[in-house]
Ligand binder design. Structure first.
Ligand SMILES: [Fe+2]
Ligand SMILES: [Fe+2]
Length: 186
């Protein structure tokens, strides 16, 4: 497997575990957010906002642009995924603002946070499935060696902070959540 596709799939695996953790720890519709849960939720969202919907999307956008130039029939997928990148980034920022309000004691925003988180998780998982099942295979099949050589310089150099052994700082508590055996996204 191409090394860049492998890295994107690994990003997906870690993120899908994190999203499932969030999903399993959302309070019920009428329940309040307990301090430990909202703290953990905010840490997850901060990570998603700093890597998943920025750097990971930027890496894919570079590859998607090249694929669209190489294969006209792939445009239908690329247009959908590129629009979803913008929407997911916007929605992640909304989650971050709402989580901060709840953590600051504005309990009235708790239901909005739960509802928005559920919508975000299902949209992001669906988005990753389309990439893994359809567009990553197209990237591997259609891009030439010359394409891969020329896109490297445009790719953001940052790696997923949860993928490195010496993960430290704000994201460190999340690393154990994503270090389970490999599984398929979905
Ligand atoms: Fe994507
Ligand atoms: Fe992705």
């Amino acid at each position: 497997m191409n090394v860049y596709i492998q890295e994107l799939r690994s990003d997906h695996r870690r993120l899908s575990r994190l999203l499932r953790y969030i999903q399993e720890n959302l309070p019920g519709e009428r329940a309040r957010w307990q301090p430990d849960r909202i703290r953990a939720m905010r840490q997850c969202i901060e990570y998603i906002c700093s890597y998943s919907v920025v750097v990971h999307h930027d890496k894919e956008d570079v590859l998607f642009r090249r694929l669209a130039a190489r294969d006209e029939s792939a445009r239908v997928y690329i247009d959908v995924l590129t629009a979803e990148h913008r929407l997911l980034t916007h929605n992640a920022e909304h989650l971050r603002r709402t989580a901060r309000l709840v953590e600051d004691g504005k309990a009235a925003y708790g239901r909005v946070l739960g509802k928005s988180a559920r919508a975000f998780i299902s949209a992001k998982l669906r988005h990753m499935r389309l990439e893994e099942d359809t567009v990553f295979p197209l990237l591997e099949n259609r891009l030439t060696l010359e394409d891969w050589k020329s896109v490297i310089s445009d790719m953001p150099p940052e790696r997923d902070p949860l993928s490195v052994d010496d993960c430290s700082g704000a994201h460190a508590p999340l690393r154990s959540l994503v270090m389970a055996p490999a599984e398929r996204v979905g």
